[in-house]
Design a binder for this molecule. Sequence first.
Ligand code: ZN
Ligand code: ZN
Length: 408
Amino acid sequence: MDFSTKLQKFAELAIQVGVNIKPGEDLMINADIVSAPFVRLAVEEAYKCGAKNVYVDWADEATALIKYLHAPMESFDEFPKWTADARTSIAKNGGAFLSIISSNPDLLKEVDPIKVSNFQKASGKALKEWRSFTGADKCKWSIVAVPSPEWAKKVFPELSEEDAISKLWDKIFDCSRVSDGDPVAAWKEHNATLKEKMNFLNKMNFKKLTYTSSKTNLTVELPEGHVWLSGASQDPKGNDFNPNIPTEEVFGMPHKYKVNGTVFSTKPLVYGGNIINNFSITFKDGKIIDWTAEEGYETLSNLIGTDDGSHYLGEVALVPYDSPISNSNIVFYTTLFDENASCHLAIGSAYATNIVGGENMSDEDKEKHGVNDSMTHVDFMVGSEDLDIVGVTGDGETVQIFKAGNWA
Ligand code: ZN
Ligand code: ZN
């Protein structure tokens, strides 16, 4: 397949499998102008699938950076209500959301971290209602990636800009199963494989997971009524959609107050235009009580300090070390890819769908059941080739789930 055929297939994948657009539905696409050629293909594909309206919310990183460097400090405490309202209104009307990410991992390197953290808080607060739709699968949503020159050069610094972009596209096509020729069929099969692991974990009904590696020693208890999920999700009408392309994970939620021990990161984490690398986090009764970082300590501290919920975990995800993304041996500097190369945890809010009845729990119910709530949700990678994970059932039976980084 030549590049333009692959690009077309990638657009079909994003629309048919990612957000699975049905006739009469609205779609909002969030994208940087650098991805415009791909966005236009996706818009056309959405209308071919019967979309009623496709809205594109364009961003431009260069403009965003100008604001960070020159706008007054108080502007970062604000997130425009009309932007948040637009998303909520589309979600309420049964519309879907496609995010196309292309971020320069180093964009905000020279920016005052307080500005970044204030703006993260402001947007987290403003988008809370919208997130209650996506976080509980009350609307269809998906994330795919498109290379920007800066991102491609970060991943492949030894290549020219042109070669770096083309190599990153190849990797995205490979990891997203586009290169196989029939991505829509490949994803049907892939979703089914992930479901097998998910069904096994749900059948075992583990109460506790223990993580051990040369550095990590962590116990994660799961709440009562816990549900493992993977691959495709379902909207309230029962239509499948794939929130992440690619995805290799089976994910659940830790009990907010029942995580203990220390975990080490195994890949760099890009957060708010900055990199956090070689860090560790220590938990006591679910709460983060200590952390270290060789790089990006201040950024990590700001992330943990976002709100009360960002002192606790919201996601536990299992990904084999031997997965296509992991085997590529590339650090992608974007969570969408790096999280799917590695077992990970997430700081911040849990997905309501990971517990029976979670979609309709009040904030008080969530607290009672150990479901964490936060303005933020940030995955960080902890999988390695020497990671063992053992599951403990309610009867105290132990089952090896991961051995040396892979499904046992
Ligand atoms: Zn995840
Ligand atoms: Zn996550």
